[in-house]
Design a protein around this ligand. Structure first.
Ligand code: GBH
Length: 453
């Protein structure tokens, strides 16, 4: 039995996996090198008015060339794992067809260098940089099959060394935000019916990816996804509000995570969408609902929920007030408890075998001081607060196995370009020099002691 000493109560489990996360388009640069094909994000970022300052990922952190330096940063932090994504269009420049060996070589070099440094690679196969050549993008069901083929290929090439694969990152962001509201690539504003079909192709791609990885990977390979479900905090920690949080979690994620965890669309979703409901083919839901080896969630923010018996759904989601504390990204309200309640609601609803936080972090009011250092006290405060609630989840025995801070370093923050920086290392985008921020010093100590102090 665990020693119930006061100090022990602040510890994380001994085998807790600490890591850092990045994504290909946000850090790699080398957009035209070694046969990489164009992606929807290349086109979007080069379209005037789409990204702040007209910023692009053409160079970003130049990690395509500087990955040894980035691995050195990971090593200096003492983390045991690195979550990165593969640029599909480096492997298949047109999304499908003949593989590009130079792209494969890059990820082989990266994986080998990580392993040589004692760092476990966790691979995301799709973090939004869709090959532009795929006709219709995610509007086309064929794209889901192309993803399955690409997943099969990568599993075959990497699973001798990579043991943990995430199919896709954040369904909402490459479906609704790309095709319904249009703030992200490809920047379309389609009618709800078409957007619902895009959502379906997204979850179908995940399902086909799971099947493809299982069929092509070496034994012992684990498959999951990195999702950003809507997650909630009970307004008051009483059984009725806690139940309301679970119900809200299940209902509001009906098109994505609930479908994946339950292998069906909730009737309430289908009814609400009516004639706009997605067209589903025979066998789709079985693929989509394939049991996963683990589930990873990206946790940034969440809303409060209270039980409300006057509503048919039995709960009310409380809006954020204008004065609620948030980080510089306008959507990033500081709600540290959501990391615990998100994990708890998901655990109780769907009993996943293992859970990870695949991203957590924030933009902050970073300024380089005279000594060249960024003292990001606000980010330290943010991380420390979230970590307290992560530790509660571990302490109470939820199956939380690891945590990846977003992000290893400042990088191309999508439509915000380089105006919102989310790294624990500062990057000087003129010189590409990386410098640990105060938050990196803080994280290194957390990783070293494996406990909150
Ligand atoms: C993550 O998404 C991404 O996975 C990662 O690549 C990114 O760098 C990181 O966040 C930091 O931002 O005003 O309606 O357009 C976080 C979840 C969900 C946050 C969508 C931004 C846009 C809200 N994102 N949200 S909206």
């Amino acid at each position: 039995a665990a020693a119930a000493s006061a100090a022990g109560n602040l510890s994380f489990p001994p085998d807790f996996l600490w890591g850092c996360a990045t994504a290909s388009y946000q850090i790699e640069g080398a957009a035209k090198e070694d046969g990489r094909g164009p992606t929807v994000w290349d086109i979007f970022s080069h379209t005037p008015g789409k990204v702040a300052n007209g910023d692009t990922g053409d160079v970003a952190c130049d990690s395509y060339h500087r990955y040894p330096e980035d691995i050195a940063l990971l090593k200096a932090l003492g983390v045991k794992a690195y979550r990165f994504s593969i640029a599909w269009s480096r492997i298949f420049p047109e999304g499908r067809g003949k593989p590009n060996q130079k792209g494969v070589d890059y990820y082989n070099r990266l994986v080998d260098a990580l392993l040589a440094a004692g760092i476990t690679p966790h691979v995301t196969l799709f973090h939004w940089d869709l090959p532009a050549a795929l006709p219709g993008g995610w509007q086309n069901r064929d794209t889901a099959y192309a993803f399955g083929d690409y997943a099969a290929f990568m599993a075959g090439r990497l699973s001798d060394r990579v043991k943990q694969f995430m199919t896709v990152n954040e369904l909402l962001c490459f479906t609704d935000l790309g095709y319904l509201t249009g703030g992200k690539a490809p920047g379309l504003k389609l009618p709800q019916k078409d957007a619902n079909q895009v959502r379906h192709h997204g979850v179908l791609a995940h399902g086909l990816g799971v099947q493809a990885i299982r069929a092509n990977a070496k034994a012992g390979t684990r498959v999951g996804l990195a999702e950003n479900p809507s997650i909630y905090v009970p307004a008051v920690e009483t059984p009725d509000h806690i139940e309301a949080v679970k119900k809200a979690t299940r209902d509001t994620n009906a098109m994505f995570l609930t479908a994946i965890m339950e292998g069906r669309y909730l009737d309430s979703y289908l009814t609400a969408q009516g004639k706009d409901a997605p067209k589903v083919q025979e066998g789709d839901m079985k693929l989509i609902g394939a049991p996963l080896d683990f589930l990873s969630i990206n946790v940034y923010t969440g809303k409060m929920v209270r039980a409300d018996v006057s509503k048919p759904e039995g709960y009310a989601i409380l809006p954020m007030t204008g004065e609620a504390p948030r980080m510089p990204s306008k959507w990033l309200y500081v709600t540290p408890e959501v990391i615990y309640w998100g994990l708890r609601a998901i655990s109780e609803l769907w009993k996943p075998k293992a859970l990870y936080i695949s991203e957590n972090g924030c933009s902050a009011d970073d300024k380089v001081s005279d000594d060249g250092k960024v003292y990001d006290t606000d980010r330290v405060m943010y991380l420390r607060n979230y970590m307290t609630h992560l530790q509660r989840a571990a302490r109470e025995g939820l199956p939380i196995k690891g945590y990846f801070v977003w992000s290893l370093m400042d990088n191309f923050e999508w439509e915000d370009g380089y105006t919102k920086l989310v790294g624990i290392h500062h990057v000087d985008f003129k010189t590409q020099k990386r410098t640990p921020k105060l938050s990196a010093d803080w994280y290194r100590e957390l990783v070293r002691t494996n406990r909150l102090v």
